[in-house]
Design a protein around this ligand. Structure first.
Ligand code: FAD
Ligand code: SF4
Length: 538
C-alpha cells in the first residue's frame, strides 16, 4: 500500500532502553518501529505485528476522544471498541510484547493524530508501521502526521479480508458496471466455494426465492437468544468511563454483551452455526417487534474489529452443510453476505474514496428527522427499529435497509446526514462497510455505482414482512388522509419526483409504470400530503 518517507534500517539488537514494558518512554533514544494498532485491527495476526521484534519495536494504541465524538457515537459502540482494545492489550502484554497504550483519561490529546504527533516527537521512531485503516479519514490524518513529523510510514494491506483492494481493482478493470452478482460469482469460482466442477453447487448461484419468508400472523415463536457475554471487570470499567465522559451520547448499555476477544467471537460463531444458521436463509428478510436478532448471526462487530476472520465464518457454514446441519439455501445465503456483500462493499469504498460521501444523485436536502435520535414517533415500524438501535446498538439488515433507510430515501434526507446516523448508532459501524451500504445501497445517492435501482417500497412491504402495521395507528394501504401511512404517501411521491430519471430505466421501469395508473387528482393529494409531512418533519 502507501509508503511515505524513507526505508527503515535495523539498529542492531540492543533493546531501546527508553521504553518500559507498559510502553512509557524514559529518555530520548529513538526506537526502530512504532506499530500502530487501531481499534478495528485487534487480531494477533495483524500484518503490522507479524515480523515485530519485541526488542526493537513498540506497539502503539490510543483511546482518542475524537473517535467517539466525530460522529455522536452510540455508547455501546464506544464501549465495544475501547473494551475490545483493552482486552487485546492484555493479550499482547501476556505474550511479552510492549505496548504503549494511551487510555482516554491518561492524556488530553483530542484526536488520534494529535496523540501520535506528540509521541512521534518524543519517541522518535525510525518508522511508523500500520495496517490499512478502515476509514479514509484516519488514513489521511495519520499519513499527514507522519509527513509533518518527517517519519516514514509503512502502510500494509489488510489481509483480514478475502479480496485485497488490488484484487478488487483487477476484477473491476474494464467493467462497465460493478455489480455484486458478478463479483460474487467471480470470488466463488476463484476460491472454489460452493462449486461443483465449475458449476454452482445445487445448480444455481443464489437461493433468494427460498429466502424471502415472513413469519405469518403467528410470529416466529420462541427463538433461542444468541450467546451473550457478561461484561467482566475490564468492560465494566469502560462502561463507567463512557458514561462519565460521554453522558450525552445516544444509546444505552443495559444489554451490552458483545464478544470482545477472539475466543468469544469464535464461541459466538459456533452458537450461530449450531442454533440459527438453519433458519437464517428463509427468514433473513423478516421483521418482528421485540425480536432484535431473529436468526441473524450477530457477528458483524466481531468481524469488523478483526476478532473473527471471514474465512472462519465461511468455513464454519460450509462445514455445517457438509455435516447435514444446515440447508443449502441458508448456507448460500450466509456465505453470500460474507464472501459477497462484505468484500464487495469494501472494494467499492476504497475505489471511490475520497469523494464517495459527497454523492447526492437525487439531490436530497431534507434534514434527518429528530426522532432518529430518540425513537419518539408514532410510526410503529420506525419506533421499533430506532428504539431497538438505541437499546442494543444493533438492527438487522432489513431494519436498516427497508425501515430506517427506506424512510430516509423516500423523505429525501440529505445522504450525509443519514450516513452520519448509521456511522454513529450501530456497534458494527466502520466507514468502509457503513458508507457504501448507506450512500449506495440504501439511498441510491451514488447514482447506481453499487445498486442497480433504488430500494423503494411502500408501507405494503413492511406490512408483508412484519407485524408492525397491525400495531400502528396508520394504514399501509392509504396514501392520503389522516390514517395514511407515511411510507405509502412518500413512496408515490418518490416515484412522482423521480419519474424522469427512472421511468425508462430497465430495472425500475415496472415500478414507475404503476404511477401512470394513479388518477391525477389522487397524485395531487399525495403531493400535498407529502409536502406537509416534509414540513412537519423538518
Ligand atoms: P447477518 O444478517 O447475520 O449477516 C451475516 C454477516 O454478513 C454480517 O455479520 C456481515 O458481516 C455480513 N453482511 C451482511 N450484509 C452485509 C452488507 N450489506 N454489507 C456488508 N456486510 C454484510 N454492516 C456492518 O458491518 N457495519 C455497518 O456499519 C453497516 N451499516 C449498514 C448500513 C445500512 C444502511 C445497511 C442497509 C446495511 C449496513 N450494514 C452494515 C450491513 C448489514 O446490515 C450488517 O452487516 C448486518 O445487519 C449485521 O448483523 P449480523 O451480523 O447479524 O448479520
Ligand atoms: Fe410503518 Fe406505515 Fe406500517 Fe405504520 S402503517 S408500521 S408507519 S409501514
Amino acid at each position: 500500500m502507501v509508503c511515505v518517507g524513507t526505508n527503515v534500517s535495523s539498529r542492531g539488537t540492543t533493546p531501546p532502553s527508553n521504553i518500559t514494558k507498559d510502553g512509557a518512554y524514559l529518555n530520548k533514544i529513538p526506537l526502530r518501529r512504532l506499530l500502530i494498532v487501531l481499534g478495528d485491527q485487534l487480531s494477533r495476526d495483524n500484518p503490522a505485528l507479524r515480523d515485530l521484534d519485541p526488542q526493537l519495536d513498540l506497539i502503539w494504541m490510543c483511546e482518542a476522544r475524537g473517535e467517539a465524538t466525530h460522529v455522536p457515537s452510540h455508547k455501546a459502540r464506544t464501549v465495544l471498541f475501547l473494551a475490545a482494545m483493552r482486552h487485546f492489550r492484555e493479550q499482547l502484554q501476556a505474550d511479552g510484547l510492549r505496548v504503549r497504550y494511551l487510555e482516554l483519561e491518561a492524556h488530553d490529546h483530542p484526536t488520534l493524530d494529535a496523540a501520535l504527533s506528540a509521541d512521534l516527537a518524543n519517541l522518535k521512531p525510525q518508522q511508523v508501521c500500520m495496517t490499512q485503516p478502515g476509514e479514509y479519514r484516519v488514513l489521511s490524518a495519520l499519513r499527514s502526521t507522519c509527513v509533518s513529523a518527517g517519519v516514514a510510514l509503512h502502510c500494509l494491506e489488510d489481509d483480514h479480508f478475502l479480496c485485497s483492494t488490488d484484487e478488487f481493482a483487477h476484477w473491476a478493470e474494464g467493467r462497465k458496471e460493478l455489480r455484486l452478482e458478478h463479483f460474487y460469482r467471480w470470488i466463488r469460482k476463484r476460491d472454489d466455494i460452493l462449486m461443483d466442477g465449475g458449476k454452482p453447487t445445487g445448480g444455481t448461484w443464489n437461493f433468494d426465492k427460498h429466502n424471502r419468508k415472513n413469519f405469518g400472523k403467528r410470529g416466529p415463536g420462541t427463538i433461542r437468544p444468541p450467546l451473550g457475554f457478561e461484561p467482566n471487570a475490564i468492560t465494566r470499567d469502560v462502561m463507567q468511563l463512557v458514561e462519565r465522559h460521554f453522558p450525552a451520547a445516544p444509546g444505552q448499555l443495559q444489554h451490552f454483551d458483545w464478544p470482545l476477544s477472539a475466543e468469544q467471537a469464535q464461541a459466538a460463531l459456533e452458537d450461530f452455526i449450531a442454533h440459527r444458521l438453519s433458519d437464517f436463509g428463509p427468514y433473513q428478510d423478516a421483521l418482528w417487534s421485540g425480536e432484535p436478532y431473529l436468526y441473524h448471526a450477530r457477528l458483524s462487530a466481531a468481524l469488523n474489529l478483526k476478532l473473527l476472520h471471514p474465512r472462519q465464518a465461511v468455513d464454519a457454514a460450509l462445514n455445517a452443510h457438509q455435516q447435514g446441519q444446515a440447508p443449502m439455501a441458508s448456507v448460500e445465503g450466509f456465505i453470500r453476505q460474507i464472501l459477497g456483500w462484505r468484500e464487495y462493499v469494501r472494494g467499492i469504498y476504497w475505489r471511490n474514496m475520497p469523494g464517495y460521501l459527497e454523492h447526492n444523485l437525487l439531490q436530497a436536502q431534507q434534514p434527518l428527522p429528530d426522532f432518529y435520535w430518540t425513537a419518539e414517533t408514532d410510526y410503529a415500524c420506525l419506533q421499533a427499529a430506532i428504539g431497538q438501535v438505541l437499546e442494543y446498538g444493533y438492527g438487522h439488515h432489513i431494519q436498516r435497509l427497508m425501515v430506517t433507510g427506506l424512510f430516509a430515501l423516500l423523505l429525501g434526507v440529505e445522504p450525509v446526514q443519514i450516513h452520519t446516523w448509521y456511522l454513529a448508532m450501530f456497534v458494527d459501524a466502520v466507514e468502509w462497510v457503513e458508507a457504501p451500504n448507506t450512500i449506495g445501497m440504501s439511498q441510491f445517492a451514488d447514482g447506481g455505482l453499487l445498486a442497480s435501482k433504488p430500494y423503494a417500497a411502500s408501507g405494503a412491504y413492511i406490512q408483508r414482512m412484519s407485524n408492525h402495521c397491525s400495531q400502528c395507528r396508520y394504514d399501509p394501504k392509504q396514501a392520503t388522509g389522516e390514517s395514511a401511512c407515511p411510507f405509502t404517501t412518500l413512496f408515490w411521491d418518490f416515484l412522482d419526483r423521480h419519474q424522469q430519471r427512472f421511468a425508462k430505466h430497465p430495472r425500475s421501469a415496472l415500478m414507475w409504470r404503476n404511477l401512470q395508473r394513479l388518477p391525477s387528482e389522487k397524485l395531487v393529494s399525495i403531493r400535498k400530503q407529502a409536502a406537509a409531512l416534509r414540513q412537519q418533519l423538518a
